[in-house]
Ligand binder design. Structure first.
Ligand code: ZN
Length: 327
């Protein structure tokens, strides 16, 4: 079930290719367009590692009837120290079950992959609509693993991490785990089963192909063209374009207002994350001495704070110490 040519792998990569092909270029991360030029690229990159699949997965995907909650609940649960594409399965009495599909590919802390993601969840950091459902009385009953692989070596991460995001998108649309499917959505033809036959709702808020993909930092002095230079260059070019687009948009007062509203909404939905981000920004601003009083050798968080300080008694006292004593 985990060899490079298994029927399960073919099925999953077909679904992955379908979403890569049908998602408009502007709606996906440039990495996907540059790495996956055709279906064979998926086989090649998947061949870098040994991907294990849930034994039931092929049967589920090939069944003309959509999976029942019991079928899904029978999927494996425990591959903690591995990368994976997983499914959260939520239930509430008298209500249709809900699913969320995500991928976990972290390598950056002492906990990796699924273990790292699950420990985030243990702390209550759920995806937005999963949290919303929990607030409405749903319970995350299962964390199910659809596919998994060992944490890859450093140079394989450049292509395997994008592959996992793409497989997440492929399975997300295949299982119709998309929130928008409850309305009408451009990629709904990618669902394996007719939407009207489903008895499970989706909680994924967007196409995973649009997500930012963090790539490992290059060691100091590495010629970038030696390590998939085109990928890294494209990523840098995209970042520069995103920054330029952001600054351009911010000139428009309407856009600024919308941005402010969205930020506020996000901060209210994620107070802890917002606090943490604010704290980091604050510390970085201080460390960079963006608003600095040289006389007092003090850094401030904003220009406003700096100006207030310059009109304050401490600053004036400090200057007067430095002024020559009047004769
Ligand atoms: Zn001062």
């Amino acid at each position: 079930m985990s060899s490079a040519t298994s029927p399960t792998m073919n099925r999953v990569l077909d679904l992955t290719w379908a979403v890569l092909k049908d998602t408009p270029t502007l709606q996906k991360n440039d990495l996907h367009s540059s790495i996956f030029k055709n279906r064979a690229d998926l086989d090649r990159i998947a061949g870098y590692t040994t991907i294990g699949y849930a034994p039931q997965l092929l049967g589920i995907l090939n069944n003309p009837l959509p999976p029942t909650p019991d079928t899904l609940a029978s999927l494996p649960t425990d591959f903690h120290d591995r990368w994976g594409v997983y499914m959260l399965f939520l239930t509430k009495t008298q209500c249709r079950p809900k699913i969320y599909i995500g991928c976990a590919t972290s390598t950056e802390s002492f906990k990796v992959g699924l273990e790292s993601r699950y420990s985030d969840y243990d702390l209550g950091n759920w995806p937005v609509y999963v949290q919303k459902s929990i607030d409405e009385g749903y319970v995350v009953e299962h964390r199910l693993v659809l596919l998994h692989c060992p944490v890859p070596s450093w140079d394989d991460i450049f292509e395997l991490r994008p592959l996992f995001y793409a497989m997440e998108a492929g399975l997300c649309y295949a299982f119709a785990a998309v929130l928008a499917f409850q309305g009408n959505f451009a990629l709904s033809h990618l669902s394996v089963w007719p939407l009207s036959t489903l008895h499970i709702d989706g909680l994924c808020s967007h196409n995973a192909l649009a997500d930012g993909i963090a790539l490992p930092p290059l060691p100091e002095g590495t010629p970038e063209d030696l390590i998939l230079g085109h990928t890294v260059d494209r990523l840098e070019a995209k970042r520069a374009r995103d920054r330029a687009r952001y600054h351009e948009s911010m000139k428009d007062p309407k856009w600024r207002a919308k941005h402010r509203a969205l930020t506020k909404e996000y901060q209210e939905a994620n107070p802890d994350k917002a606090k943490e981000t604010a704290r980091k920004t604050y510390l970085r601003t201080l460390a960079l001495k963006k608003h600095f009083c040289p006389e007092c050798s003090r850094a401030f968080a904003s220009n406003k704070d700096l100006n207030r300080h310059k009109n304050g008694s401490k600053h004036l006292a400090q200057i007067s110490i430095r002024l020559p004593e009047p004769l």
